[in-house]
Design a protein around this ligand. Structure first.
Ligand SMILES: Cc1cc2nc3c(=O)[nH]c(=O)nc-3n(C[C@H](O)[C@H](O)[C@H](O)COP(=O)(O)OP(=O)(O)OC[C@H]3O[C@@H](n4cnc5c(N)ncnc54)[C@H](O)[C@@H]3O)c2cc1C
Length: 379
């Protein structure tokens, strides 16, 4: 019988640190290796960038990363894979912009069949008995990061094996990711579940073993792909639980504001330290309780965002709704960046940085990518 590796939870070496000072973040951009990336991104130890927590929190943009890649002066073919992944992020953002609240429902196809609207307890507790999956869940709780391929495995186990509707498991994962982004997250879950794609995503144990350097056998995923078609939900995934989390925001403090001074509004999705850098603005990080009630995140994520905000000199944190802030400043002098969670803001809206000028809803990524590539491959 095959010897399986022992599952060792709560090990510090699993923690992938995400420094929050700008110098370290810029250094991380400079360590990108597009060639190694293309060859290895699907593997556990592949040369992935781990930039998503900074991109999702709006500290850096996909455009900024692209410009760095361009500065390497490599042939387009050597960089295309990484640039394409950056474009996936822009793509999901454009879908969110176009569909708004629609991204919280099955977007293209109804997910079928569904057994429950909860999350398998084995996933929440990291007890699927698939060693590398359980380790990755433990790592998610500790570090706030999970490898892309592993996110797909976890989503597939929830939606396609346990037949849970994607929404609650997606909320659970979003709440623990430092790079939590409602578009990339929820739409990727829909993609795996066949709600934003025409085919559900399945991976078997052999696939997991190949990409995550394990050698396990006898799990509920140790099957051929043909066997998935007629598979009943494995016993281990039958127990499910709901998702409940209350975000603890920092204590409310009244910011010191001058009513008529120009004000920049930062959010959980916009912590851009380069925005009007050095210019005379009052700067507010607005954390709206209504947003976090709807889309809760863990303490780790809030702490991470607050630490990132320290790259913005003299920023003040305001925990309250936009309307309360609008009572304290002149909204004619208020500037914010366009984002689907800021539709109720008043003031001057500025655009975010994108890879290209391609906008709008494209039913498929590749239709979007074709246009983006045409524009940026020429630059
Ligand atoms: C179920 C599921 C949930 C996900 N949830 C999120 C999420 O909440 N937030 C998030 O930012 N990404 C999410 N992703 C996409 C992807 O997993 C992460 O962006 C990626 O793993 C981040 O690690 P990295 O920075 O090392 O990526 P790299 O592989 O180094 O890629 C570079 C950058 O390209 C972008 N990117 C790469 N792959 C994708 C992708 N598949 N979709 C969108 N953008 C991509 C990211 O901005 C990333 O930082 C999810 C994917 C799945 C399958």
């Amino acid at each position: 019988m095959q010897q399986t590796k022992k599952y060792l939870p709560k090990q510090n070496h699993l923690v992938q640190p995400f420094p929050t000072d700008l110098f370290a973040i810029e250094k991380r951009i400079q360590s990108i290796n597009p060639v190694k990336y293309a060859a290895s991104r699907n593997f556990k130890d592949g040369a992935v960038t781990r930039l998503s927590p900074y991109i999702s929190r709006g500290v850096i943009s996909t455009k900024q990363v692209f410009q760095y890649i361009q500065s390497l002066d490599l042939p387009w073919s050597a960089c295309e894979k990484l640039i394409q992944e950056l474009a996936w992020r822009d793509y999901w953002q454009q879908v969110w912009k176009a569909k708004g609240e629609g991204i919280f429902q099955d977007l293209k196809n109804e997910q079928k069949p569904i057994n429950n609207h909860q999350i398998p307890s084995a996933i929440v507790q990291g007890k699927t008995e698939i060693e590398v999956v359980d380790q990755a869940i433990e790592e998610l709780y500790q570090s706030g990061y999970m490898h892309n391929h592993m996110r797909m495995y976890v989503a597939s186990i929830c939606c396609n094996m346990a037949k849970s509707h994607w929404l609650n498991p997606a909320k659970w994962m979003y709440s623990h990711l430092l790079d939590g982004d409602l578009a990339s997250n929820h739409l990727s879950w829909q993609w795996v579940a066949g709600a934003f794609s025409n085919k559900k995503y399945f991976a078997n144990q052999a696939n997991i073993n190949k990409y995550f350097q394990s050698n396990q056998q006898g799990t509920f995923l140790d099957l051929s792909y043909e066997e998935f078609d007629s598979l009943k939900t494995p016993e281990l995934l039958l127990e499910t639980e709901g998702f409940e989390l209350e975000t603890e925001l920092p204590p409310i403090q009244q910011p010191i504001l001058e009513r008529s001074k120009k004000t920049l509004i930062y959010t959980y999705y916009n912590l851009d330290p380069y925005w009007y850098k050095g210019e005379d603005f009052q700067r507010i990080l607005l954390l709206e309780p209504s947003v976090f009630r709807k889309y809760p995140v863990s303490q780790k994520c809030i702490d991470f965002a607050l630490a990132l905000s320290e790259n913005i000199p003299e920023i003040q944190v305001f925990v309250g709704e936009f309307a309360e802030l609008a009572d304290m400043v002149d909204t004619n002098n208020l500037i914010f960046k366009e984002h689907p969670l800021c539709l109720h803001y008043q003031g001057r809206m500025e655009s975010r940085d994108w890879l290209s000028s391609v906008e709008g809803y494209f039913p498929s990524f590749f239709a979007f990518w074709k246009k983006v590539k045409k524009e940026i491959a020429a630059t």
